[in-house]
Design a protein around this ligand. Sequence first.
Ligand SMILES: Cc1cc2nc3c(=O)[nH]c(=O)nc-3n(C[C@H](O)[C@H](O)[C@H](O)COP(=O)(O)OP(=O)(O)OC[C@H]3O[C@@H](n4cnc5c(N)ncnc54)[C@H](O)[C@@H]3O)c2cc1C
Length: 457
Amino acid sequence: MSEQNFDIVVLGGGSAGYAAAIRAVELGLTAAVIEKDKLGGTCLHRGCIPTKALLHAAEVAEVSKDAAKYGIKAAFDGIDMSGVAAYREGIVSSKWKGLQGLLKARGIPVIEGEGRLVAANAVQVGDDRYVGKNIVLATGSYSKSLPGLDIGGRVITSEHALELDFVPKKVAVLGGGVIGVEFASVWRSFGAEVTIIEALPHLVPNEDESVSKQLERAFRKRGIEYSLGVRFQSVTQNDQGVVVTLENGQTYEAELLLVAVGRGPVTENLGYEEVGVTLDRGFVPTNERLETNVPGIYAVGDIVPGLQLAHRSYQQGIFVAEEIAGLSPIIVEDVNIPKITYCEPEIASVGYTEAKAAEKFGADQVSAFDYNLAGNGKSSILGTTGSVKVVRVNDGPIVGVHIIAGRAGELIAEAQLAVNWEAYPEDIAPFIHAHPTQGEAFGEAVLKLAGKPLHAI
Ligand SMILES: Cc1cc2nc3c(=O)[nH]c(=O)nc-3n(C[C@H](O)[C@H](O)[C@H](O)COP(=O)(O)OP(=O)(O)OC[C@H]3O[C@@H](n4cnc5c(N)ncnc54)[C@H](O)[C@@H]3O)c2cc1C
């Protein structure tokens, strides 16, 4: 049995874990990462990157189907899933190589193997013990299912969906949240018939209702079916496919059922509770400095209750390293973290929805303006519609921005700065947005809220 000592031992080498190690070493601390699978975790290998490659392939399919609209002669002749897989895997492996290089260049050891917390300051891998002045738990998340709904055969999760080497003819998607609508969007572009089943009254139910409604209209136009506000009851499967039954007795036949009902924390049987770390429904609660109830043990990423996003994970990793180094980093609340749903059309948002802002600040204290992209030149050129909604406190800051449009994700960077810096529309109004850009739409909404509309009425 060997023992090695570090300032920080990180259990889990996903977005949260490796970010903590990199920042720690930048600050002059020593750190090691323990990873049982592949450095980069869910985001790089099974999440953000491969799914966005699929979504881009889907966009290329849509553009090629639509080429005549732009006067371009091109014929769409179907999807070659092995080509799509090669493109997707190429991106993932180049990013993976780059990431390994980043850690190597900083001298951060990546210990391969399954780690277990064995003391408040130690993680064991096989016979070897890694002792840290501080421990950072970063073991991530897995695809959840519903009670009684077993994954297997034709009932699949996003991990299986990514690896499919064929386009299903007909697919049912259980869950109209981010992962569900992204796969629905890809499969529809690839030619599948898709039905989404969502128990809540809207698709992407955490978004501003106006955005959810626009997505529902856009999906309907694209031929994506959905059933809202009715719960799933059961599924049966046979050689041909699945039959999904809802609580209202409605049934759907499909070749596959994708279960996209959220992600649970990976915290079982890792020694957390034995060492005294309190769990709450499997998640690891922390104080606002991301320290667990056991002093010196921190938790970051998807195991911490709240938004499960890669950029939140990076931020938490960096935060914890700086906290341990005594820098007192600033806290970013979940509400101020930008979120993107990469379906077509894309959705991007930050801050409070109009309804939540009204609840928090009072309905008569809040104003919103929803700028229709029909008035935005660049959006017309790109052939996209949608809107940019800005929510402000009257005589106060911008507290929410909600965008739906092709490439909406690229527009959220400015909005998240405005929200996090608590900018007033009047602060931003004098500044200039380049023309023609989709970014002008945010400028137009801000001008309107500042009382000097240009192209908005
Ligand atoms: C289909 C899909 C699409 C997504 N798309 C996006 C997106 O577009 N944008 C976005 O921001 N987020 C996206 N996410 C979410 C994002 O992937 C996660 O929020 C992020 O990966 C969480 O990082 P993490 O470090 O907490 O966990 P993970 O990335 O899950 O990393 C945890 C790591 O810990 C390792 N581990 C676990 N237990 C042990 C152990 N005992 N010993 C050693 N190692 C262990 C695991 O192997 C894993 O590598 C997506 C997720 C999915 C599933």
